[in-house]
Design a protein around this ligand. Structure first.
Ligand SMILES: *[C@@H]1O[C@H](CO)[C@@H](O)[C@H](O)[C@H]1NC(C)=O
Ligand SMILES: *[C@@H]1O[C@H](CO)[C@@H](O)[C@H](O)[C@H]1NC(C)=O
Ligand SMILES: *[C@@H]1O[C@H](CO)[C@@H](O)[C@H](O)[C@H]1NC(C)=O
Ligand SMILES: *[C@@H]1O[C@H](CO)[C@@H](O)[C@H](O)[C@H]1NC(C)=O
Ligand SMILES: *[C@@H]1O[C@H](CO)[C@@H](O)[C@H](O)[C@H]1NC(C)=O
Ligand SMILES: *[C@@H]1O[C@H](CO)[C@@H](O)[C@H](O)[C@H]1NC(C)=O
Length: 607
């Protein structure tokens, strides 16, 4: 008896010694521990607007190793890889357990297909892999995707075998090294001040799902405030006149209305007595779509986004009414996960904090989030300005890079146009990656024809050529919003468009070392902050003064929306309403709440 106990203990320790460990990130959040301890991080169904009953989450520990370009034709099939990584965290993050960048890498996961999925096709879904991913199953190449911010799915049915299957992904992500210039937002190979640590590899959820031979591969819905919804269910297969049935449900999942249409063809449904969506009343409706044997669940909200002249001023309208749009510049970076929020709850915390202060909008800044972020914004009620991730600011793109930017812009809009909370698309930020010829003049009509239901902010800050719905000024620290004064790099307010302040604020306060990103190049760049306040009193005195200037401009001039920089500190930036670890709230919450209310009041009185 004794011997077997000793043996069992020895085995136990052996397995513990080999167990995967996350690395301690340079700075931890309130959620780092929970994420590090989760066997399957991000357990929620990852695709809220196209849900199927059956699925297998492939998040968790995968095998991993550094690789080469050449490995693409000599993949280590059937071999054990040298390291491990926790999916879905960027390889540069502590939570991934790697905390290093590799231009080339290989990921491997073994899986078995549940026996009750027999006779169905099997898809593997990647919600995002930065930047190029080549997918193999059991040694057979099954798919490829380029673009670090979009979801893609691969039908792996023909490559499957009974028992254990091997999923392998070869990743290439050079960030901006060696002349590469993909849409990459704030990621830099050499991070400093306003540019941050890059994110490479699988950074969002991976999952398997069974589908019938003919299935819904995409679901698009556009809605308005009158209860109209246009639904398009895209089928993977061409079958003449395939019927699609849509049932819109009430709160108790009872059918409100149902209507039949055809695959790939938009058809209109009118939901009677609909309750509209707004930040204050974020009403949503579930609906169910049936196409042959495929049944999926989704949801939508009903609202109309438009523009119009109110008392002589061009305004953005939500459900026909001018609502001043006030938000923050929201980077969506995390000290423990980089691009990957540590948990879903962490990501939701940021939105709830902004809601609590009274913001009704956020500008998702040159980054794209997991679909669950947009679903949370829809549910909690916050309008989104969605930026296209920029190419680098320090050189012009080549023709090929420009073409890839345009392709990924169209993909981003396709992937997100069914989310209720997105009210505005942004093409360019401050001239970054924007050719001097002004490609937004032809991209704006292209975006509008792809999605006629939203406004387009063609250029937020700097090189304006007159395109789009907005005249958007950036100025730090004080705003110059829809006003008859302006400064270098901006232009006088153009009364034919909506006047907004796409960025202002940025007032900093150096925080104690315990809440700073303790990386030399970041700490050494804190002295580049527009304005530093020595203590929390001074921070609130100055920020509220800047907000008061905004309030006055809203009252006097033609200011319809503004974006305060920014939600949180990030690496070398110490200008957040929250520190990077989300542990310190800089803002005097009651004073900010009152000021934000006063800004909305000023907008009402002016309109
Ligand atoms: C990864 O492998 C490449 C090619 O063998 C090598 O040049 C590079 O130094 C390796 N990177 C790291 C961080 O080990
Ligand atoms: C639905 O499509 C019709 C026809 O293309 C169009 O006239 C209408 O504006 C659309 N409605 C919505 C809510 O997108
Ligand atoms: C629907 O469109 C998809 C993608 O363009 C295409 O592959 C499929 O054949 C089409 N299906 C039908 C029923 O027309
Ligand atoms: C309605 O259906 C959805 C999707 O299947 C489910 O998540 C939700 O719990 C249901 N609600 C009620 C009230 O039954
Ligand atoms: C900021 O600090 C760094 C590191 O201490 C120093 O090299 C740099 O000159 C300073 N820059 C400014 C603008 O003061
Ligand atoms: C900010 O604080 C850190 C940590 O206390 C310190 O090392 C750094 O020099 C400070 N920088 C500035 C510009 O105050």
């Amino acid at each position: 008896m004794k011997i077997s106990i000793v043996l069992a203990t020895a085995l136990f320790y052996a397995s513990v010694a080999e167990a995967f460990k996350t690395k301690t990130p340079p700075l931890s959040t309130k959620w780092t521990k929970e994420a590090a301890e989760a066997d399957v991080p991000w357990p929620s169904y990852p695709r809220p607007q196209l849900q199927r009953q059956d699925w297998v989450n492939l998040n968790g520990v995968w095998e991993f190793q550094n690789s080469t370009k050449g490995a693409l034709t000599d993949m280590p099939f059937g071999k054990t890889l040298s390291d491990e990584i926790k999916v879905p965290y960027c390889m540069e993050s502590g939570l991934s357990g790697v905390m290093k960048h590799y231009d080339y890498s290989v990921y491997k996961k073994s899986f078995t297909v549940p026996s009750d999925w027999k006779d169905q096709s099997v898809l593997v879904n990647f919600q995002a892999v930065d930047n190029e991913a080549t997918v193999f199953v059991n040694g057979k190449k099954v798919g490829y995707n380029k673009g670090g911010y979009n979801r893609f799915q691969v039908d792996i049915t023909d490559a499957l075998k009974n028992g254990k299957n091997e999923l392998m992904v070869h990743v290439f992500d050079p960030t901006d090294s060696n002349g590469n210039n993909p849409p990459l937002g704030k990621q830099r190979s050499q991070p400093s001040h306003i540019f941050y640590t890059p994110c490479s590899g699988i950074w969002q959820s991976v999952f398997l799902e069974p589908v019938p031979k003919q299935y819904i591969s995409r679901l698009d819905v556009l809605t308005d405030m009158h209860g109209n919804m246009n639904v398009t269910a895209i089928s993977n297969k061409a079958t003449a006149a395939q019927v699609v049935m849509v049932e819109v449900l009430d709160k108790h999942n009872k059918t409100l209305i149902s209507k039949a249409g055809h695959a790939n063809k938009s058809f209109m449904i009118k939901v009677p007595g609909v309750k509209t969506w707004s930040p204050d009343q974020p009403n949503l409706y579930n609906y169910k779509v049936t196409m042959g044997k495929d049944v999926v669940n989704s949801y939508t909200g009903f609202r109309t986004i438009s523009r119009g002249v109110v008392d002589g001023v061009e305004r953005p309208l939500l459900n026909g009414e001018f609502i001043f749009q006030f938000g923050t510049l929201d980077q969506g970076f995390w000290p423990d996960g980089i691009h990957s929020p540590p948990t879903e709850e962490a990501m939701i915390y940021d939105i709830q904090f902004l809601k609590k202060l009274g913001f009704n909008m956020l500008r998702k800044h040159i980054k794209v989030e997991p679909d669950l972020f947009y679903a949370a914004a829809d549910r909690l009620g916050i309008m989104l300005w969605q930026d296209m991730p920029a190419m680098v600011e320090y050189k012009a793109p080549t023709d090929d890079q420009q073409a890839e930017f345009e392709r990924e812009l169209a993909t981003m809009i396709d992937n997100h146009k069914s989310f209720t909370s997105i009210v505005t698309w942004i093409i360019y930020n401050e001239g970054w990656g924007q050719l001097p010829s002004g490609p937004e003049t032809y991209l704006t009509p292209r975006v509008k024809s792809q999605d006629p239901s939203r406004l387009v902010n063609s250029v937020t800050g700097w090189n304006d050529h007159g395109a789009g719905d907005f005249h958007d000024n950036h100025h730090y620290s004080i705003p110059q919003c829809g006003s008859p004064f302006y400064s270098i790099a901006s232009t006088p307010y153009d009364k034919k468009r909506i006047g907004v302040q796409g960025e202002f604020g940025g007032i900093g306060q150096n925080t104690s070392a315990a809440h700073l990103w303790p990386v030399a190049e970041a700490v050494n760049s804190i002295n580049q902050t527009y304005e530093i306040t020595e203590n929390n009193d001074a921070y609130n005195y100055r920020t509220l003064q800047v907000l008061e200037q905004l309030r006055e401009q809203v009252e006097r001039y033609s200011c319809s929306g503004a974006v305060y920089t920014q939600t949180t500190d990030v690496e070398g930036e110490v200008n957040g309403l929250l520190t990077y670890d989300r542990k310190v709230i800089r803002t005097d919450v009651p004073k900010w709440q009152k000021m934000i209310k006063d800004i909305y009041k000023a907008a009402k009185s002016r309109a």
